[in-house]
Design a binder for this molecule. Sequence first.
Ligand SMILES: [Zn+2]
Length: 74
Amino acid sequence: MNCKHERKVTTKYPVYNQFTGDEETYDHIDTYSTFEDIDLHRYKCTQCGEIGYYSGTARDYYEKGIKSEILRLQ
Ligand SMILES: [Zn+2]
């Protein structure tokens, strides 16, 4: 699956067309990130489960177990 880590929400608005006098529907699309914070320094996509890190230090800690004073993690 090729996840873009985002979801789209379409809101329909009625729009008056001044040329035809008709009411038309305009689709407004909002795009939201699907990343959620799961710890202090990392986040996860709720759709595909991919984990991202806010810093290289955080990545080293979670992937390699390298502790850092900066993170204040146990
Ligand atoms: Zn994703």
